[in-house]
Design a protein around this ligand. Structure first.
Ligand SMILES: [Zn+2]
Length: 147
């Protein structure tokens, strides 16, 4: 999916890296030239790691929901919703199974269970449905440093 370039920084080797809004970094030859960076700031690039549901490096948990079960899932999680730019989620199932439905552009349905976490990609609409008895919580992650 497409992600805007929010900025650039140099890595430890001096190579320029684009900082995408999702938290992923991207390295391309044209970024090494100052005029290339100036004209592409704000432009959108495809982000394959988002399409692979990969949490960006340098992200860490900063809050979590309370524990829910099949009777206490908030309406907000059962209806289509999304996290804010740069905010990732990890759905942890403690017992039972939870159906995790992700809307386009990432369209995917996954059955979550203990040890099978659901990764919530920023700004991508999704919802959950209990598959029988279930206990789970959601942990939110954000950047602690540049990608
Ligand atoms: Zn991304």
């Amino acid at each position: 999916m497409q992600r805007p370039i929010d900025g650039f920084h140099q890595d430890e080797r001096g190579d320029w890296i684009a900082e995408l809004r999702c938290g992923h970094g991207r390295h391309e030859p044209w970024m090494q030239a100052a005029d290339g960076r100036a004209t592409q700031l704000g432009a959108a690039l495809a982000c394959p790691p988002c399409e692979r549901f990969e949490l960006p490096v340098g992200h860490a948990p900063y809050k979590r929901t309370r524990e829910f079960d099949q009777t206490s899932i908030p309406d907000a999680l059962r209806a289509d919703h999304s996290t804010k730019p740069g905010v990732w989620g990890v759905i942890h199932v403690l017992a039972g199974r939870l159906r995790y439905i992700v809307e386009p552009p990432l369209a995917r349905t996954q059955l979550l269970a203990p040890g099978i976490d659901g990764i919530v990609v920023p700004e991508v609409r999704h919802r959950v449905i209990a598959d029988g008895d279930v206990r789970f919580f959601v942990e939110f992650h954000r950047a602690t440093r540049a990608p």
